[in-house]
Ligand binder design. Sequence first.
Ligand SMILES: CC(C)(COP(=O)(O)OP(=O)(O)OC[C@H]1O[C@@H](n2cnc3c(N)ncnc32)[C@H](O)[C@@H]1OP(=O)(O)O)[C@@H](O)C(=O)NCCC(=O)NCCS
Length: 225
Amino acid sequence: MKKHFINTPAPSKAQLARLAIPVRALHAGHRAKVLDHFLKLNDDDRRMRFGTQTPDEVLKRYVEGINFNKDTVLGIFDAQLNIIGIAHLAYLPAVKHHSSAAELGVSVLPEGRAQGLGAALLGRAAIHSRNTQIDTLFVHCLANNRAMMHLAKKSGMRVEYAYGDADAYLKLPPANPGTIVVEAANEQWADFDYALKANLKHSNDAWSWFLGRPAVFTTKLFAIN
Ligand SMILES: CC(C)(COP(=O)(O)OP(=O)(O)OC[C@H]1O[C@@H](n2cnc3c(N)ncnc32)[C@H](O)[C@@H]1OP(=O)(O)O)[C@@H](O)C(=O)NCCC(=O)NCCS
């Protein structure tokens, strides 16, 4: 009888570390929190994220226009259930005889940076892309965005520079049973993490009300707030 082997190499240490960070798929009910996240970015970060000056009004229109049914929006929540990191994966229009592609935008609030959240969002977006038959992932950013360039290269992306801009892209292998399981596990883990943080927050709020001052119970889950 012919044997079928499934090529699922064991995840590397770095991949396993990224999986420990709970990344949650967001829906339209999160729109206000998504806007809140973007409004907290300063002018420089907004320029890095969107490639140009982005006043509050433009951010509001951008967030209002996100189609959560078509695109994929991924978020990482802090202990106060604010979105500390976000990735917006927009599927590019299908072109006949061409493979499917998606463009990714990522941002992490300053207090969450350099803890692997950006890499976790990128990793989850890549795995989600594979599981939804996307074979090329693009990140467009300013060439002087050193943190993003570093992150892109570290994640195996190829970077091409032109006129002060940089396009990073990653050719993705097809999905396999391993990628499906990994994404499902991370989503379940993120649901559990969210429920835990929500309970702690409710408990904190109740004690703060009872004591008439902020309660001191805090969670330092994954060093996020
Ligand atoms: C880019 C961004 C998402 C990274 O988020 P993050 O959570 O800090 O990412 P990580 O912690 O996973 O990794 C950041 C890496 O960049 C490195 N880095 C940070 N600043 C750097 C700099 N100025 N030069 C080179 N590397 C830098 C960090 O050391 C880290 O690398 P390491 O893990 O090998 O030590 C975040 O800085 C951000 O939101 N910036 C503003 C928006 C933006 O630029 N978005 C990207 C365009 S779509």
